[in-house]
Design a protein around this ligand. Sequence first.
Ligand SMILES: C[S@@+](CC[C@H](N)C(=O)[O-])C[C@H]1O[C@@H](n2cnc3c(N)ncnc32)[C@H](O)[C@@H]1O
Length: 282
Amino acid sequence: MTKRFDTIRAALHWATQHLREASDSPRLDAELLLMHTLSLDRVGLYQRLAEPLPPESAERFAQLVRRRQAGEPIAYITGHKEFFGLDLLVSPAVLIPRPETEFLVQWALAWLSDHPGATCVDVGTGSGAIILAIAWHLPREWPGLLIGSDISLPALQVAKANRQRLGLQRVQFVCGSLLEWCGEPLDLIVANLPYLRYEQAHPGIAYEPAIALYADHEGFAAYEALLDQAPGCIQTGGVLLCEIDPSQAARAQQSARRAFPHANVRVLPDLAGRARYLLVET
Ligand SMILES: C[S@@+](CC[C@H](N)C(=O)[O-])C[C@H]1O[C@@H](n2cnc3c(N)ncnc32)[C@H](O)[C@@H]1O
C-alpha cells in the first residue's frame, strides 16, 4: 500500500518508531534517510518539518526504511559515509570506513609533514578513505608520492570515483596483493587490512564484503603476510602503521619484531584505551 504522511514531521516520527528494533539510533537513521530522500541537509530538513511530504517521496522514503529494517547499513542505502571530514562514496564492494581508522590518517599526516618527498602507501585502500583523507589534508605543494592499493578491482572502482569527486588526481591506485606489486622503496605504509576471526561475524557487518573483514590464522593472516613482505619494501627510517584487533596485540608485536629485529615496535591504544594500532619504526 502506498505510504502517506501529512507532514515531514509525521514521516520522521513513523520511521523512528519502525526502526527501534533494527537500529541503536532510530531517530538519527530516520533523519539521514529522510535527508537522502529529499536531498536536504539537517538544517533544511528541520526547516521543513511542518510541510507536506509529496506521495512519491513518501513511497521512496518508506522503501528505504524497509531496507534499514532488514539490517542494511545506512551508508549502503545512501551511498555515502563521512570520514575524516570527507564525504565518501561507498558501495557493498567496500568496507564502510570507521571512526577508529581516522587515527591512521592523523598519525600519517603528522609524519608526512616532517618527511616531504616521502612515498606513502595505503595497503587495502577499499573506498580510498585513508589515502584520500591524507591527500586532502596535505598542502597542495607537498612533493611526495601517495598510493592506494587493493586486491579488489570493484573496491578500486569506488576509490577512483572518490578520487575523481574530490579532485585528488595526485593519488595513484594500484591493483595487487599486499606489497607484491611494489618495485620501489617506500617510506610510510599504512594498512587497515581484514583482521577479524570468522567467528566474530555478526549481523551488524553482514552486508560488508568478507574480503574486507576476515582473515585466516585468528584473523592475522593478512598482517603476517604483510610483515613478511614489508622488510623488502620499506626504507630504513620508514614506518609501518596498521590497525589491528585488540586480541592481536602480543602476536602483532612478536611478528613485527621477527620481521624487523632492529626496529622500534609498539602497540598504541585507541581513545577507549584498547590496543588498536601496531607501529613499526624501522
Ligand atoms: C578492512 S578493509 C579497509 C578499507 C579501507 N582501508 C578502510 O579503512 O576503510 C580491508 C581492505 O583490504 C583489501 N584486501 C584484502 N586482502 C588484501 C590483499 N591480500 N591485498 C590487498 N588488499 C587486500 C580488501 O579488499 C579491503 O578493501
